[in-house]
Design a protein around this ligand. Structure first.
Ligand code: FAD
Length: 712
């Protein structure tokens, strides 16, 4: 069994273990627990056996109390299980006293001959310590037992509900993974099954309305206009909706009736606030491990399902928000409850109470700092704080849960989180520190070329995180799609410079001779899974700007197989300026060898006349480095791109992406076709909508939409 398979197995078993075993482990609904608690109450209400200091362990040392107590227990433990549970509880309380069944029976036998009914004693003072066994109060026992039953029923169910909510997503992932691996191991079979299914109207409509489009047809790849977030696809939205609905219902359901007039939880408000406090707290605790598992770069669910990291981040955000909201309700309800029952001043000074509040406050700070608009403003600052705050949250939660032995959940988190971080380090160390050539290939694009170890895996769909070992940047890691160099010796990245690390690297490269800087880097990867494209008749690749590295490796991988060289393949690349072509010229030239590949480049802001081959125009004009220097450094041909790239059709206009995609898909008729995209969010969203729409009318042949673009 491979290491990765073992990891997947371990993850699934751990999650199911947490869910099923912990519900049994924390088993407050046990009859034994309820009997022992009711016996304690019904005895302490009628007599006193020990000093206040000794009360908690009175049963261990005081034979009169032990006799009264065990009599009460055996009077009610009407089955073997309840009896065993009760003995175990007493034994746990008094580990040095050897409470077992024989001792229980002996104490019971001894006590029955001496039991006294305190109500028959004139002027009996129940606050004075006595030295004989007594009968418990039956009415108090009955009331308390009923209260306990109702209370613990809800309490206990909280564990099962927490377990069910935690298991929900792994179950979905389990099925997602089965489908994924079936298509990996049996691509031909998958293709023919999918082709067959496409004939069914229900399947076509499901593709059109459920599996391909995003929720409300909103921005999936591009940030949404108001919130800045990303709408999940409808299929994932359905899973998320079902889970959210279940989460809400399970917070509010199965609370048994209040027992009126009981002295322990006397009012309905007290009773309900306590139950809600426990329910929301327990469910939130269950969700914490899931929140962390879903956030990992090395999440084993990603390997299993082959889904994108961005999909898992969407799940992570949903579960985390539910957890944060649940914790707040838990906190408010406990404050209200303790105020009502008068214990607030006692609790508020306790460490577990204070740290619980710290954890809730920190979780809300995390909630706000992770809102899309704030997150994307300064992503790396967000990321560093997110990490530190999550650590604080865990510490607070650990101290809060320690008192009640629930901190096993925190250990699980530490295990998963630690493993993810460890694997990240292992990946980086395995790659080692390398000297990268960082070249400013034009005024806003960098080419990063890192020497690669021979057996280091490069595959289509792979991306990884680059750490620039510069004093101001080493703590950041930025994801880029990997393009393997032709000679197999380098990993190349084509990076659009933004305002953060990439912008700083561009400036640095520009300041160096030949616009090329030699920079020590570390690299963490490869991540991402590969889609199989071998079984499509037609392949349509759409990319724009710096999205080209996301689709190009797929294209080259398909062309490696001789049979695929008969397939119809079209590559559309939308760029603003002609000079953009220059940094990807070698790769475009490589396509010249394949007559079945049609490459069309849309240049939206240049006309044919302005298409001079002048890479990195701006710097050259400023005279900071000569055109020759730049040209040599990036190895660009002296001829103009349009002349050299005879295999490429240049169109100087802004394409109507929807129209383009529609006409392409109309032309393919009954063949199996995949549309693969990577580029600007808005373009990807248009393609998604269009493919979804057409999949509803394509009656034969398979139609799939594969989006390589990821945003979070
Ligand atoms: C899987 C994946 C593959 C990518 N491949 C490429 C590629 O091949 N070429 C390319 O030009 N760009 C690629 N990107 C985008 C690239 O990672 C960001 O543009 C880059 O990290 C911006 O760095 P910055 O500090 O200059 O950004 P800033 O100017 O600080 O921010 C610009 C934008 O980039 C996002 N961003 C910043 N840092 C990160 C980060 N560490 N992780 C995710 N998003 C971040 C911010 O949220 C913001 O929206 C890819 C992104 C992902 C998720």
């Amino acid at each position: 069994m491979k290491f990765s398979q073992l990891q997947v197995l371990l993850t699934f078993s751990t999650v199911f273990f947490i869910n099923t075993v912990s519900a049994g482990f924390f088993n407050p609904r046990s009859q034994g627990l309820q009997i022992t608690k009711a016996c304690t109450r019904s005895l302490t209400a009628v007599a006193k056996f020990c000093t206040t200091a000794d009360t908690a362990k009175c049963v261990c040392k005081n034979i009169d109390y032990a006799g009264s107590y065990i009599y009460c227990i055996l009077d009610h433990a009407d089955n073997e299980t309840a009896k065993k549970q009760s003995i175990a509880i007493v034994d746990k309380l008094c580990p040095a006293y050897g409470f077992d069944e024989a001792k229980f029976n002996a104490i019971y036998e001894n006590a029955t001959s001496y039991l006294v009914n305190t109500s028959t004693i004139a002027k009996f003072n129940k606050t004075k310590i006595i030295s004989y066994p007594v009968y418990y109060s039956v009415p108090i026992y009955d009331t308390y037992y009923e209260v306990m039953q109702n209370f613990f029923n809800s309490y206990h169910l909280s564990f099962y509900y927490g377990g069910a909510l935690t298991a929900f997503f792994p179950v979905i992932f389990l099925f997602g993974g089965i489908l994924h691996w079936f298509s990996v191991f049996f691509p031909q079979k998958t293709s023919s099954i999918r082709g067959m299914l496409q004939k069914s109207k229900i399947v076509r409509l499901t593709q059109k309305h459920v599996t391909i489009p995003s929720l409300f047809n909103g921005s999936h790849a591009a940030p949404a206009p108001v919130t800045g977030g990303h709408y999940p696809t409808r299929l994932h939205s359905i899973f998320m909706g079902m889970w959210s609905f279940a989460w809400l219902i399970l917070q509010c359901t199965d609370y048994r009736d209040h027992v009126p007039g009981n002295p322990y939880l006397p009012t309905k408000t007290e009773y309900l606030t306590r139950l809600i406090a426990d329910r929301t707290g327990i469910i939130a605790t269950f969700l914490i491990p899931l929140v962390f598992v879903l956030s990992g770069r090395n999440s084993l669910f990603i390997i299993w399902t082959g889904w994108k990291q961005s999909t898992f981040y969407a799940y992570h955000k949903l579960v985390a928000r539910a957890c944060v909201l649940g914790s707040l309700v838990h906190c408010i309800m406990y404050v209200v409850f303790t105020i009502l029952d008068g214990s607030y001043t006692t609790y508020k000074v306790e460490a577990f109470w204070k740290w619980g509040i710290v954890a809730v406050i920190v979780s809300w700070v995390i909630f706000f700092q992770a809102l899309p608009k704030l997150r994307t403003q300064h992503y790396e600052i967000f990321y560093a704080f997110h990490f530190i705050l999550a650590l604080f949250f865990l510490i607070g939660t650990w101290i809060h849960l320690k008192e009640r032995s629930f901190n096993v959940y925190v250990y699980i988190v530490v295990g998963f989180w630690g493993l993810d971080r460890l694997l990240r380090c292992v990946r980086m160390l395995y790659f080692g520190v390398k000297t990268a050539k960082v070249t400013a290939v034009h005024d806003e694009v960098l080419r990063i070329s890192i020497p690669r170890r021979k057996n280091w895996p490069v595959y289509p769909g792979a991306y990884g995180y680059v750490y620039f070992m510069r004093p101001n940047l080493f703590w950041q890691s930025h994801p880029f799609s990997i393009v393997g160099s032709e000679d197999g010796q380098h990993l190349n990245f084509y990076v659009k410079a933004k305002t953060g690390a990439t912008g700083a690297m561009l400036e640095y490269a520009k300041s160096q001779k030949g616009n090329t800087a030699e920079v020590k880097v570390m690299f963490e990867g490869p991540y991402g899974s590969q889609h199989t494209l071998d079984h499509y008749d037609d392949l349509l690749f759409f990319s724009s700007g710096n999205g080209i590295p996301g689709v190009y490796p797929y294209l080259m991988n398909v062309l490696k197989t001789p049979q695929n060289q008969a397939r119809t393949i079209k590559l559309y690349w939308i760029i603003q300026r002609m000079e953009t072509v220059d940094w990807f010229k070698d790769e475009l030239l490589a396509l010249q060898n394949y007559s079945n590949v049609e490459t069309i480049v849309y240049v939206t802001r240049d006309s044919p006349a302005s298409s001079v081959d002048l890479p990195f125009k701006e710097t050259a004009e400023k005279g900071e480095s000569t055109v020759d220097e730049v040209t040599n450094s990036v190895d660009v041909s002296e001829q103009s791109s349009t002349e050299t790239l005879t295999n490429v059709e240049f169109r100087y206009e802004r394409p109507d992406v929807e129209e383009l995609c529609r006409s392409e898909l109309t032309n393919v008729g009954a063949s199996d076709v995949a549309v693969v995209s990577c580029g600007h969010g808005a373009i990807c969203d248009t393609l998604r909508r269009t493919v979804a729409d057409i999949s509803g009318i394509k009656t034969s042949g398979r139609l799939d939409y594969i989006e390589e673009f990821q945003a979070w």
